[in-house]
Every structure is written in C-alpha cells, then in structure tokens.
Design a protein. Structure first.
Length: 317
C-alpha cells in the first residue's frame, strides 16, 4: 500500500492526507526500469516510453471536489525514464492518471457486494447486459455504475474483469484503474451454479472444443475444429428431474457452460437457445456465485459470495 501523502485543496484550502499513492519495492537487481515495470503492469509496453508526472486523482472531503495532483514525489528528477538504472531498494511510485467516464449515467438499483478504492464488485441481476451495445444503450451495468460514480464524485473507466451474459446473474468484478485491471486479468477464480435438465449423479469434466455455429453470430457448438474448452462440475442437489451443479471453468469461452451441458444432453433450464425448457424459468438458470482473487496492493486473498437468486432456488429447493 502507498505512503500517507499530505494535500491542500486549492479550492477551499482544506488540508488532508491520502494514502492512495502506489509504491512498488524492487527486491531484485534489474538493469533498467523497463525490465521491472512489466512485472507490476504485465500488459503494458514500456520499452520506449517515459514514466512522466501523470495526473493522480484524489478527493477533498471538505468541498467534495476532485483534486488533480501532478507531482507527488519531491525529487530533482521526478520523471523516471524506462532506460534509468534501478537497483534493489529503489521505490517506484506510479501516479495513475485521472480518467473520464463517458458512459451515459442512468439511475437504477445496484447491489454492491464489496468495494475499496481500486475495485468494486457488483451482484448483477439477470436481464441486464454488462456493457452498452447497439440495442442496449441505457440499461446496462455500466450505465448504472456511471450514475453511481457521478453521485459519489468519482470518475474511472468501466473495466469489467469478468463478463456475464445478459440473462446470467451474479458477481461482476470491476477494476477502477489500468494497473488493477491488468493485475486481475486472468487471475480471478470464479464458481458458477447452474440448474440443468435431468439427473447428474457424479462429478465430472467436459473437455470438448467449442466454435461459433455455422450461420450464427452468437450461438456456439462443440466441434473437433473448435477451441479447447474444459468445464469441471459437481452435483449438489438432485430434485424435480433436474440437478443443481457447482461449476468451475478451466477455460473461459463464450457460452461455454451453456454449450457444454447441452452437448451432453443436459441443457440448462430456461436456456432455449441450447435446447432448455422455458416452462419453469424464463432465463438460463446460471449464476456466478463466488469469486476470489489476490488484492493487487494488500496481497490479501479476497473471497466474495452471492446467494442463489429466488428464481433458481425454486427449481431445486
């Protein structure tokens, strides 16, 4: 975590402290800075760039204004270059840039499961897309998040680390800055719960490649020439001619769970695209019920859970 840094608001003169500065300690020898930076921001290319005095945003609780700080570390050379020599014991301070959220803010009900200054985790209902599309401009999770940001005088780009289909409910993890998004990408473990048609008595694995169905833009199908896709499952409740399953994905393909269980003759209830019946539920019975990850700054393991929604509980309880 970063050090305490004192600020003075230029609007109201209020002095306050903020601990949002992100420090990274170098514990090995690296010839140049660009060799070290990919270890903390793995998806960025620093080979020919400079780490300049980027804008850092904090917040004045007195006048409720956002503060932009251009220089945090007092030094004769405040702008580090990627060709700079670094050594064990050096401290690299990243000043994350202030960002403007350009998504249209829309008021709505949001369920926040967990939040700090770097991450927010929502419990998304079904019938809500995560991102705006051509036909969904104002009814998405991103729209509601933008409204919440405005109400709290925050501003960050909407970066969903995991994405759920419109009619899949459950946990969505949002990173509030580029570094956090890069750190979490591919490093969030997810557990899903689904209700499929028929009885599955034993745990198992579905290892079948998946590709886009010919002539369709969205629907997937299992095929030998598809992309490797692996789904692990465990039955929890067998009742009413259906099975409540706990599911973990080894890969994360579009519609992977829906495609895989349809391919073995157990489509999800309500998933009419893949052969599921709509008699007992009006959407695919699929819910992201648990996520876990290592926090990028505190290094604490964070575990977040979401209860099974009522429309799925009624199927097996």
């Amino acid at each position: 975590m970063g050090q305490q840094v004192s600020y003075k608001c230029q609007d109201c003169g209020f002095e306050f402290e903020n601990d949002g500065v992100s420090e990274f300690y170098i514990d090995n020898e690296y010839n140049q800075l660009h060799e070290f930076l990919p270890l903390i921001i793995p998806n960025e290319n620093f080979s020919s760039s400079k780490i300049k005095g980027r804008i850092y945003k904090t917040y004045c609780n007195n006048c409720k204004r956002n503060i932009k700080v251009y220089s945090i570390k007092e030094s004769s050379k405040s702008d580090a270059e990627t060709i700079d020599i670094v050594k064990s014991g050096d401290i690299i301070i990243l000043n994350l840039p202030f960002e403007v959220n350009n998504i249209n803010p829309v008021k709505g009900n949001l369920s926040v499961l967990w939040e700090d200054e770097y991450i927010i985790v929502y419990d998304k209902p079904y019938d809500m897309p995560v991102h705006p599309t051509k036909i969904h401009q104002n009814d998405t999770l991103a729209n509601l998040d933008a409204y919440r940001q405005r109400e709290l005088s925050e501003s960050y780009r909407f970066r969903a680390i995991n994405r759920l289909d419109k009619d899949t409910s459950g946990i969505v993890v949002i990173a509030k800055d580029r570094y956090t998004a890069s750190y979490l990408s591919g490093n969030v473990d997810k557990t899903y719960f689904a209700v499929c048609e028929g009885i599955i008595n034993t745990s198992g694995t579905i290892d079948r490649p998946i590709k886009v169905m010919e002539g369709r833009s969205i629907q997937r199908v299992c095929a030998d020439d598809g992309v490797k896709s692996v789904t692990h499952y465990k039955p929890l409740i067998l009742k009413n001619s259906c099975t409540l399953l706990e599911i973990n994905l080894e890969t994360g393909r579009t519609h992977q769970i829906r495609t895989h269980f349809s391919s073995i003759g157990h489509p999800l209830l309500g998933d009419d695209m893949y052969g599921g019946s709509l008699e007992r539920i009006e959407r695919q019975a699929l819910h992201c019920g648990e996520v876990s990850f290592i926090h990028p700054f505190s290094k604490e393991k964070i575990i977040i859970k979401s209860d099974l929604p009522n429309d799925m509980k009624k199927l097996t309880f």
